[in-house]
Design a protein around this ligand. Sequence first.
Ligand code: PSV
Ligand code: MN
Length: 432
Amino acid sequence: MQEDLPLPEGFVRDFNASRDIEGLQDDYQSLGRQLRRRGIDIEPIRRKVAAFSVALPTWGAGRGGTRFAKFPFDGAPTSIYEKLADCAVVQQLCRITPRVSPHFPWDCVADYVALRELGASLGLGFDAVNSNTFQDQPEQKHSYSAGSLSSAQAAVRDQAVDHNIECIRIGKILGSKAITVWVGDGSNFPGQQDFTRAFDRYLESAARIYAALPGDWKMLLEHKLFEPAFYSSVLQDWGSSILAAQQLGEQAYCLVDLGHHAPTTNIEQIVARLHRFGKLGGFHFNDSKYGDDDLDSGAINPHQLFLVFNELIEAESNAKGSFAPAYLIDQSHNVTDPIESMLASAEAIVCAFAKALIVDREALLYAQESNDVMMAFQSLRQAYRTDVTPLIAQARVDAGGAIDVLGAFRASGWRKTQARRRQRLAPGTGIV
Ligand code: PSV
Ligand code: MN
């Protein structure tokens, strides 16, 4: 497939040439020396960083909002095609986001073969497909106002199951290998719903989706503590999630969205538990201070992100079969340019990954086994304190990305060009 990348050929190269590439090399070598003194070879770490990737959410390319307001911005993408182009800009600059995760029916088009080809021409593949039974669509027969997969009404459940099966059909055309199922089902009042019967109905509907899963696909169950249901959610935590995944079968896994837990929850421990029982399926990265805030990854608690990756590295080294959890950014970009947020978030995520890679695992194990609390903690702290940005930037530049992703994005003038283009297409409307 011939590439038709959004930023002009040579743009990144010229941008990098205008920056201090030699300074970056000095910083990289200095980090290499620092790590060598700790007995760590930087080269295998760089190779792992170079192989790392995280998918972009198509819905993250647009402006998010709250239930109070949504503030549009000039040059915002208006269709899945324009969203793909924006995601391709992210990938062109950072080189660790080569896939997008589509959400249906938001991303419905007439021709999915053409969509797949467009993605390929932009240098993008398709990650997990996401179903949406948490909103009503205009042409929809039955409302999800009282639940979807767990609805008390069989016709509503059938409609929700059919939608998920349709998502799998589309995903097969796009080249996806997983479906992520998140439902907003739950209740707002004590007594509104029988917890057990609602969960049983959810399990029965999920089993029908599972039965339609191709043999090489995963079904990822995403739990969430609250919202839109404010008293109880049907799949409220990793406990319900792992029970459901175990009952469904070996292709069913749990997906951890970092924002879907109570503020004090030890998410890294959940990672370890899910892995221990072979049910760690993937992540939705974001950050939060209060609830499911959908803030940018690492913006509030970069240490938690590091600890999550520490468990993931640990899990990978103890993996029985292949270890391939799905990594996706899932954020709501309410006040920033979504491209800038995705660039900064991808960087925060890969930084946490790199820091987890340089943990001295032998020292950690020794300290743990000899009850040396302080040295165990210091094994993690030393890695967390290390500035890995030269390593990340070097790997990115080697892969053809920008030395400074945000600087390059601003220098590209991409958003202004898009705004002008859209103004030409819909002059005087102010619609962006
Ligand atoms: C729900 O809060 C969620 O995290 C699910 O992953 C949805 O698919 C996504 O956000 C978009 O609304
Ligand atoms: Mn999510």
